[in-house]
Design a protein around this ligand. Structure first.
Ligand code: FAD
Length: 340
């Protein structure tokens, strides 16, 4: 009762999806702060062993609904089982990945349980909130933080009265971290109702075609990202050479993508992917808040920009003031020399 619950997704390999492991890591921190348990809901066919892999992330109880009708691609049966589980267990917080499954499931649950939901949070914290009208203070509630109004402000959203407090988070925003390899949790089997059949028939999957993902910069340890300041698609090619030389991947801002300098899959930021590399080299990027939302967790940031006052420089560990087309070739030259 009143615990933190994470809805865990199963990936193509039958394992727990990375986004769910990231949420369990965050959920563990929140549960520790609140002095409650961390629970996980795992649904599918033959998913018990996948659920057991959650213990090292600090999961105390994994509710497992093991039934072949709970295919990962049909959210309606998941909705039936999960909403009942939430009604019975009454968690105070429920977290979902902002994946296609989580984005479908979470609003349905919020609507059924008449509680709030904040999509695409970039931070989750426990804190207090004072209602300025009633002067009532709410302690130990979930502060759901995310960019709002076109990314021009960072808003903290709270659901002071209704429970559970629910949020979705995009992959890569939170860090996946093992708490204790020997952490002991338990499996709690969930009874799957026979009424599921009706929900199961609502969608019939005739065929599944998985398009091969050609560009995936999410897991890259080094990212060379280019912005509108690269000037052209031709100049952008230099970034590919640079990234190839130092073993990195190429990322981009929305302005660079919109200008046709590179593919949309490379876009980093609020409406692109979130990355957390060891090294992020920002080339001709101003550092708008929407871009920073997707890269500011990088371990080291180098900025190359002609403008010494570009906002990106405020979060960069090193700033090189200069023209990208001069600085990058010098950088590459120096790197090659040091390799010898
Ligand atoms: C709802 C919403 C969502 C958005 N989502 C995203 C998102 O996901 N990702 C994202 O990136 N943006 C996003 N944006 C857009 C964002 O607000 C900025 O417009 C964008 O990030 C700017 O990209 P930029 O830094 O490449 O371009 P600019 O802001 O034009 O900056 C170019 C920079 O290059 C420098 N420069 C110019 N020439 C050179 C040179 N020769 N050498 C070195 N430096 C040079 C300039 O000094 C400048 O700092 C979003 C906006 C909105 C409203």
């Amino acid at each position: 009762m009143n615990n933190v619950l994470v809805y865990c997704e199963i990936n193509e390999k039958g394992a727990i999806a990375d986004i769910s492991l990231e949420l369990c890591t965050k959920g563990r921190q929140l549960a520790t702060q609140l002095g409650c348990k961390l629970e996980a809901a795992v649904m599918g066919s033959g998913v018990k062993s996948a659920a057991e892999t959650l213990y090292p992330y600090g999961v105390d109880t994994a509710f497992v609904a093991d039934d072949k009708r709970l295919s990962p691609y049909r959210t309606l049966p998941h909705f039936e089982v999960l909403s009942t589980l939430i009604e019975e267990q009454k968690p105070q917080i429920v977290l979902f990945g902002a994946s296609s499954v989580g984005r479908d499931l979470a609003p349905r649950i919020a609507s059924k349980l008449k509680c709030g939901l904040t999509a695409d949070c970039t931070q989750l914290e426990i804190g207090s909130h004072e209602d300025i009208k009633t002067k009532k203070t709410y302690d130990n509630i979930l502060l759901q933080i995310r960019p709002a109004f076109g990314g021009n402000i960072i808003a903290t959203i709270v659901c002071p009265e209704t429970r559970p407090q629910m949020a979705t988070v995009r992959e890569g925003v939170m860090k996946k971290e093992i708490l204790d390899a020997n952490y002991k949790g338990e499996i709690a089997p969930v009874k799957v109702p026979s009424t599921l059949d009706a929900a199961d028939k609502a969608v019939e999957i005739l065929k599944r075609e998985i398009e091969e993902q050609k560009i995936d910069i999410k897991g890259a340890q080094i990212i060379v990202a280019g912005g509108y300041g690269m000037g052209s698609k031709e100049n952008f090619a230099l970034l590919h050479d640079f990234a190839h030389l130092i073993g990195g991947s190429v990322g981009a801002t929305r302005a660079a993508v919109d200008a046709g300098f590179c593919e949309g899959e490379r876009q980093i930021g609020q409406t692109g992917v979130t990355v957390r590399p060891k090294l992020y080299i920002a080339c001709g990027i101003s550092g708008a808040v929407q871009h920073r939302a997707g890269m500011e967790q990088s371990a080291k940031i180098i900025s190359i920009n002609t403008d010494p006052d570009a906002p990106i420089n405020a979060i960069a560990d090193y700033t090189i003031v200069g023209d990208v087309m001069t600085v990058i070739p010098q950088f590459m030259e120096a790197y090659k020399k040091n390799l010898k």
